[in-house]
Design a binder for this molecule. Structure first.
Ligand code: 5AD
Ligand code: SF4
Length: 457
């Protein structure tokens, strides 16, 4: 790989000004970290980075395949690139990531977006420089359809956009095959990073001033299943918690089927771990959960919630909810509303089911109309808004420790950040506080956030 990086770099150095590259990431946090690694490779190849695609000599669309609307956006934006490439004939257009692991998508690009130069799937960091080099040297197109690369590429430079918040992947891939989900097909099987490498990375981030470490994986609770028998996710949390420094540890996503009491105990005992768990329930009905191949029941899910709340009364939960799984009945949907009422999430991310070719659920003849699903989505969102507003009102008068993230909508003099429980807190304060922890007393509640004022104790 490094020889191609050097070759491209020396070609780029001969140009009057460094050529520019633009990366557009779609989808999840994991894709953002992949994009940061691609950025690192591009800088090493002598490219500058631009946020404006029409200025770029090389454009990468790092795509997401989880739902159809993400794919449609990619095709829409690819359409836009055509005019830029007509103006700049040397522009290199690359499409990579989850979408391109599906043969139907590659076929569509081949036939309808002929000006795309390079197509490669997930995780092909080591091959990317050679593909760029081959295009510069006159090859017409490079289409890598070899399937998901299951190697773990360590040692790549990651160009992070934020100094005080960092995402650290701890594992890649997924073995769960939820019947609606394309991820296991496009990201391959689960593999865990070596604990030493994760700990070294976190230590170095914290030494550089990082205040929030977000551990990432499709299902972090499977961490270590492919490593030594003593290594699991609660163990990893404890190791990271023992690293010296003032920082908060978060993680996502957790599959409820293996969210154990041991995990909750670790969160409870580790003072640096945020008191919040994103635990995607998807549905509150056992029959639907079974058709989704989720491997837990609503009862089992609620048991883990109760266990956490008994230990930590202020503990908060968020969730992903899938609306309109094929042939989900009104009664089944009501069970989802019911579990939302029982758990009282602080936040939910709800999605209307999107058919993914190649998954088991795609074979089901779905009789429920889209309008019906939209109606259910609205009812769910209305319920969640009520719950969040009610629960946020109960926070008034409490003190929260907040990591200040940015100026809030009011601009200079106003700040926004998140508490340990993942509550969004808005308050007045100086911009110099961004990237630090402050104590804030909650003074009022809004729908999705609370207002507060900085206090000294
Ligand atoms: N349609 C809609 N939403 C989906 N998700 C996964 N697959 C699909 C699909 N086919 C949602 C799930 C998951 C989140 C990341 O995306 O809720 O937890
Ligand atoms: Fe998809 Fe299920 Fe794996 Fe999550 S756990 S990535 S929903 S297959």
């Amino acid at each position: 790989m490094s020889s191609y990086i050097e070759k491209i770099k020396s070609l780029n150095e001969k140009r009057e000004a460094p050529p520019l590259a633009h990366i557009h990431n779609y989808g999840c946090q994991l894709n953002v970290t992949d994009g940061e690694k691609l950025k690192g490779l591009l800088l090493n190849m002598g490219y500058g980075i631009t946020e404006i695609p029409e200025q770029a000599d090389l454009v990468i669309f790092n795509t997401c395949a989880v739902r159809e609307n993400a794919e449609e956006r990619v095709f829409g934006n690819l359409g836009f690139l055509k005019q830029y490439k007509e103006k700049n004939k040397e522009m290199i257009i690359c499409v990579c990531g989850c979408m391109t692991e599906q043969s139907c998508i590659v076929e569509k690009i081949k036939s309808s977006y002929k000006y795309v130069d390079i197509v490669f799937g997930t995780n092909a960091f080591d091959k990317f420089p050679s593909y760029v080099y081959n295009i510069i040297e006159g090859q017409k197109r490079v289409y890598d359809t070899s399937g998901p690369d299951e190697t773990i590429h360590e040692g790549l430079t990651q160009v992070r956009s934020c100094k005080f918040k960092a995402s650290v992947p701890i594992m890649y891939g997924c073995n769960n095959f939820c019947t609606y989900c394309i991820v296991p097909y496009v990201r391959g099987r689960e593999r865990s990073r070596a604990p030493k490498l994760i700990l070294d990375e976190v230590r170095s981030l914290v030494n550089d001033g990082c205040k929030e470490i977000m551990l990432l994986g499709q299902n972090v609770n499977s961490y270590g299943n492919d490593l030594d028998k003593d290594i699991n996710f609660p163990w990893l949390l404890r190791q990271i918690n023992a690293i010296e420094g003032d920082f908060i540890i978060r993680f996502m996503s957790s599959h409820p089927k293996d969210a154990s009491k041991e995990l909750i105990d670790a969160i409870y005992e580790c003072e640096k771990v945020g008191k919040h768990l994103h635990l995607p329930v998807q549905s509150g009905n056992d029959d639907v959960l079974n058709r989704m191949n989720r491997k837990y029941t609503a009862q089992k899910y609620l048991e883990i919630i109760s266990y956490a709340r008994e230990k930590m009364p202020d503990f908060s939960f968020s969730s992903d909810i899938l609306i309109g799984f094929p042939n989900e009945t009104e009664e089944e949907f009501l069970d989802t509303l019911d579990i939302v009422k029982k758990v009282r999430y602080s936040n939910i991310y709800s999605f209307i089911y999107s058919k993914r070719t190649g998954t088991k659920a795609a074979l089901i003849d779905d009789k429920i109309t889209y309008e019906e699903k939209q109606g259910r989505m609205q009812r769910l969102l209305d319920l969640q808004r009520e719950i969040t507003t009610e629960d946020y009102k109960k926070l008034v008068g409490k003190k929260l420790r907040v990591l200040v993230e940015a100026n809030s909508k009011g601009g200079e003099g106003t700040l926004t950040g998140k508490s340990s429980e993942f509550v969004i807190v808005n308050f007045d304060g100086d911009s110099s506080l961004i990237g630090t922890f402050v104590n804030v007393e909650v003074t009022g509640a809004r729908n999705w956030a609370v207002d507060g004022k900085i206090c000294t104790t």
